[in-house]
Design a protein around this ligand. Structure first.
Ligand SMILES: C[S@@+](CC[C@H](N)C(=O)[O-])C[C@H]1O[C@@H](n2cnc3c(N)ncnc32)[C@H](O)[C@@H]1O
Length: 274
C-alpha cells in the first residue's frame, strides 16, 4: 500500500529493516487490521492517525529505538512493556531461558531468581513455561523496576527491588534451585562503539565495569549460599567472556559447562553448586 511504501522509504535512511518497521508503526497507529481497511475501500487515514504516524516516524528518524516508540516488545513468544530506562529484550537472551528451563526440568515447584531482571522478560518466560515455579525478578534501578513490576504482575513473577551485588539482598533468598542472570557485561571500549539506538538504552543496563566482568566476579560468591546443593547459576555472557566467567565460577566451587546460541557462539555459562 502506498502509505506503507512511503513510510518504508523514509525509514530506509536509518535502518535495514525499513519494511518491517513501517508495518509495526502502521499497526500501532492504525490498529492490527489496517490492511483490511485498505482492502475494503481504499485506506483513508484520519488526521489523528496521520499525526500519530508522523510523530512516531520523527522519533524513529532521530534514532530512538522502535521498541521504545511502540512501548511493547515480544520475547519468548510473550509481550512485554518496554520503555526508556529498561533494556529492550534481545532474541539472543532466549538461549538463557532455554538453558534455565532445562536446569529445572526435573524439579517440582522450583524456586528461581532472575538477577538484573530489567523488563522481567527472563523471569516471566520461565514462569510462563513453568507455572508451578516460584520466580523472583530482582532489579535495582527505579525506572526499570517500575516496568518490571508491571510485567511481573502480568505473568505472575515476584518483583523485588534490590542490589544483586549486595550480600544483604542475597541473604533474603534461600533454597533456590536456579539463578538466571543477564547482567550488564559491556566493557569500557564496547561502550565507546554503541550504535545510535543502543545509546538510548540505560548505561546501567549495559556497562559491566572496565573489562565487563564485574557482575560475574561478585554474584557467584554473594549468591552461593542462596542456592540449594545441586542448584545452578546460568549466566548470559558477552562474546569471548565464557572461559573467564567459568574460571570465576570454578574458583567458587561450581562445576561449569557452556551453551551456544543459534549462531553457535557461546552465550550461556552454567555453574552447578556441588
Ligand atoms: C543487561 S540488562 C538485562 C535485563 C533483562 N534481564 C534482559 O535480559 O533483557 C541488566 C539489568 O540489570 C540491572 N542492574 C544493573 N545493576 C544492578 C544491580 N546492582 N542490582 C540489580 N540490578 C541491576 C539494570 O538496570 C538492567 O535492568
Amino acid at each position: 500500500m502506498v502509505i506503507a511504501r512511503r513510510l518504508a522509504e523514509k525509514l530506509s535512511e536509518i535502518t535495514p529493516d525499513a519494511d518491517f518497521e513501517a508495518q509495526v508503526i502502521l499497526e500501532e497507529a492504525l490498529g492490527r487490521d489496517w490492511r483490511l481497511r485498505g482492502i475494503k475501500g481504499g485506506l483513508t487515514v484520519s488526521e489523528d492517525e496521520e499525526k500519530k504516524i508522523s510523530e512516531m516516524l520523527s522519533r524513529r528518524l532521530s534514532g530512538e529505538p522502535l521498541q521504545y516508540i511502540v512501548g511493547e516488545w515480544e520475547f519468548y513468544g510473550l509481550s512485554f512493556k518496554v520503555g526508556e530506562g529498561v533494556l529492550i529484550p534481545r532474541q539472543d537472551t532466549e538461549t538463557l531461558v532455554d538453558e534455565a528451563l532445562k536446569l529445572i526440568k526435573d524439579i517440582k515447584n522450583p524456586r528461581a531468581a532472575d538477577l538484573c531482571s530489567g523488563s522481567g522478560c527472563v523471569a516471566a518466560a520461565i514462569k510462563h513455561s513453568r507455572p508451578d515455579a516460584e520466580v523472583f525478578g530482582i532489579e535495582l534501578y527505579p525506572e526499570a523496576f517500575a516496568v518490571l513490576s508491571e510485567n511481573a504482575a502480568r505473568y505472575g513473577v515476584k518483583a523485588v527491588f534490590g542490589d544483586v551485588l549486595s550480600p544483604e539482598t542475597a541473604e533474603k533468598f534461600s533454597g533456590l534451585d536456579l539463578i538466571a542472570a543477564n547482567p550488564p557485561y559491556l566493557t569500557a571500549s564496547d561502550m565507546e562503539g554503541l550504535s545510535r539506538e543502543v545509546k538510548h538504552e540505560p548505561k546501567t543496563a549495559l556497562f559491566g565495569g572496565r573489562d565487563g566482568l564485574e557482575f560475574y566476579r561478585i554474584i557467584p560468591g554473594v549468591w552461593k549460599n542462596s542456592l540449594k546443593p545441586g542448584g545452578a547459576i546460568a549466566f548470559e555472557i558477552g562474546l569471548g567472556q565464557g572461559e573467564r566467567v567459568a574460571e570465576i565460577l570454578r574458583a567458587e566451587g561450581f562445576k561449569t559447562s557452556f551453551s551456544e546460541d543459534l549462531t553457535r557462539r557461546t552465550r550461556v555459562v552454567i555453574g552447578i553448586k556441588e
